[in-house]
Design a protein. Structure first.
Length: 223
């Protein structure tokens, strides 16, 4: 597997998302909503469950997740950018799900939660922000905090299959203008399998000519 590299540091990433937080929904939110919502439906958490969203950004998935887990469930929404979380906090208040939603500013490669804390994990357009070696660190951290047979759904730009002109252009822009094109296509299903997850379902769709993978997997009993 060969993926483009992510050159900037975690601090540079945090600073970039802090700067773009006011404009993020306008620039990217609407384009991603369809696939993000499909991922939430695929994860389909049950009433009373505890779910972690990694890379929640401005919180566009939180209300839907909180509705699915109900009053007896809990949603933990994590992001590296405090300013993105400020906007997410407003969304949580407007949706009236504050009592069961907890916002956490932290790095996904070192999740600040106890082992076997969650029934589900959701991640959309986040895993591809990490450099290739770090992807496994993030997924292994997910394995640790998931309960046995807990499920994870990852929505991400995909490098699977034949490369097309749009994917090649996006990778070129990522290399030349990483401050604006911060993510890049990755091998989503393969990365989950390497980490030790059992794949349950995969959807391949398109976003403006870019391949998107929506992968549902579970933590095996033996891990």
């Amino acid at each position: 597997m060969s993926e483009s590299k992510v050159a900037r540091s975690r601090q540079q990433t945090r600073d970039a998302f802090d700067r773009m937080s006011r404009w993020y929904d306008l620039l990217a939110g609407g384009f991603e909503d369809r696939h993000r919502n499909a991922g939430v439906r695929k994860l389909a958490p049950s009433k009373g469950q505890a779910v972690l969203e990694i890379g929640c950004g401005t919180g566009r998935s939180i209300a839907a997740l909180a509705t699915l887990v109900g009053d007896s469930g809990k949603i933990y929404a994590l992001d590296l950018s405090e300013r993105m979380l400020d906007i997410a906090r407003q969304r949580v208040q407007e949706a009236e799900v504050s009592r069961r939603t907890f916002l956490v500013c932290a790095d996904a490669s070192s999740l600040p939660f106890k082992t076997s804390s969650f029934d589900g994990i959701f991640m959309s357009f986040t895993l591809e922000l990490f450099n290739t070696p770090e992807i496994q660190l993030v997924l292994l951290a997910c394995l640790r905090v998931l309960r046995a047979v807990g499920r994870i759904c990852v929505v991400a730009l995909s490098k699977k299959g034949r490369s097309n002109a749009m994917t090649r252009l996006y990778e070129w822009l990522h290399e030349k203008l990483p401050q604006y094109f911060d993510c890049r296509p990755i091998f989503v299903q393969d990365s989950l399998e390497i980490a030790g997850f059992h794949i349950l379902d995969v959807s391949d769709v398109s976003l403006l000519g870019l391949h998107i993978e929506c992968v549902l997997a579970e933590k095996p009993l033996t891990v």
